[in-house]
Design a protein around this ligand. Structure first.
Ligand code: NAD
Ligand code: DAU
Length: 340
């Protein structure tokens, strides 16, 4: 009997990479195809432990390359598409927005067309809480699935645009879709341009840690493996056409996060350097995950257990992130921050 074929786009990145490993080990009866263009954010070294498994395949391709994507869908006839591939960093979308439109909007549309052409069983679109815009600091307010979309950055605007396309392909063509909107992830293989791995890697090297503005902006942190479990659940049990918010009620100010890490590493908080604020910096994100919990999702990690596990992982996998920060990343960092 033919095995169930699952296409994961962006599976060489942070969350997609963790999801590919989750799927390959949990479902030996599935064939998992990791399609990734290997941009600056993608790397295959994270998959050394699974690359020889007979249910794992890698395809290098650009999701916006219509001909290649169509041919692949026709050849493989995927049953499931789980779509992570994207430009994901807000700061980069402020300095260079164009690629965000190409990959996040046009790339998603190409995948939707291909999925429609072959008739998939489910198309899961991995989106973000940033499409809802920002909340104020009132701790009783949360993003629900009915919160209006009010994206503030070119990144979140591109993700909101792709969400609307996914919705439209369901309403117009009956494509069986789900959209998940998750809060900030952290955990193994998080690219060091993002706050948590940036803080860990710089503090370990006794380098200054840049905090935007006054450090009081709030993010709602979720361990990446809890996100992967949520996606697995939605993929198999989500009701067609529905949106599911993903978040674990772990709200922290950026300063709290940075100080927690610096203290855990036994370094001095004098490393903190307040730098110019991000343009259009969203104040607060906070997720109400009730709908997903009703579907059966239970997160495993508290922020304390998750951040300890993550710090341990970065200590044990120094070679992975050192290779990144010693490469092209240096140029990005120097352009983005006036820090040494
Ligand atoms: P990431 O930047 O670590 O990885 C993105 C991956 O997509 C990389 O492997 C990259 O090579 C690949 N990619 C980029 N352009 C491509 C293209 N044109 N064709 C094929 N592959 C391409 O991103 P991430 O943090 O793992 O985020 C994955 C998804 O989850 C994104 O859609 C993002 O919007 C969403 N998301 C992220 C978070 C978070 O906290 N990181 C939270 C919620 C949702
Ligand atoms: O909420 C989900 C989103 O989380 C995802 O959709 C995005 O793909 C992901 O990158 C993340 O976006 P953020 O902008 O919230 O993450 P980032 O790690 O870039 O920043 C987290 C917070 O820390 C934010 O308030 C900005 C601040 N920050 C960030 C960096 C990189 C700093 O203070 N200093 C920094 O150097």
């Amino acid at each position: 009997m033919d095995k169930t074929k699952v296409l994961v786009t962006g599976g060489a990145g942070f969350i997609g990479g963790n999801f590919v490993q989750h799927m390959v080990s949990k479902y030996p009866e599935y064939e998992v195809y990791n399609l990734d263009f290997l941009t600056y954010a993608g790397d295959l070294s994270k998959h050394i432990s699974i690359e020889d498994k007979d249910n794992y395949y890698f395809v290098k391709a650009d999701i916006a390359d219509r001909e290649t994507i169509y041919n692949l869908f026709k050849e493989k006839e995927f049953e499931y598409v789980v779509h992570f591939a994207a430009e994901s960093h807000v700061d980069r979308s402020i300095s260079e927005p164009e690629i965000f439109i190409k990959t996040n909007v046009l790339g998603t549309q190409v995948l939707l067309d291909a999925a429609k052409a072959v008739g998939v069983k489910k198309f899961v679109h991995i989106s973000t809480d940033e499409v809802y815009g920002e909340l104020d600091f009132d701790p009783t307010t949360f993003f629900t699935e009915d919160t209006p979309l009010q994206p503030n950055s070119p990144y979140s605007a591109s993700k909101a645009s792709s969400d609307l396309l996914v919705r439209a392909y369901h309403e117009t063509f009956g494509l069986p879709v789900n959209i998940t909107r998750c809060s900030n992830n952290y955990g193994p293989y998080h690219f060091p341009e993002k706050l948590i791995p940036l803080t860990i890697s710089r503090a370990l090297n006794d380098q200054r840690v840049p905090v935007y503005g006054n450090g009081q902006n709030i993010r709602d942190w979720l361990h990446v493996l809890d996100h992967c479990k949520a996606i697995d659940l939605v993929m198999h049990k989500g009701n067609d056409g529905e949106v599911y918010n993903v978040g674990g009620h772990n709200e922290k100010t950026n300063l709290e996060v940075v100080k927690t890490i610096i203290n855990a590493l036994g370094k001095s908080t004098d490393l903190i350097e307040y730098v110019e604020d991000r343009l259009g910096h969203d104040k607060r994100y906070a997720i109400d995950p009730t709908k997903l919990e009703k579907l059966g999702w239970v997160p495993e990690y508290s922020f304390n257990s998750g951040i300890s596990q993550t710090i341990e992982w970065y200590l044990s996998n120094e070679e992975w992130w050192t290779n990144i920060i010693n490469g092209e990343y240096q140029n990005y960092f120097n352009k983005q921050y006036n820090l040494t």
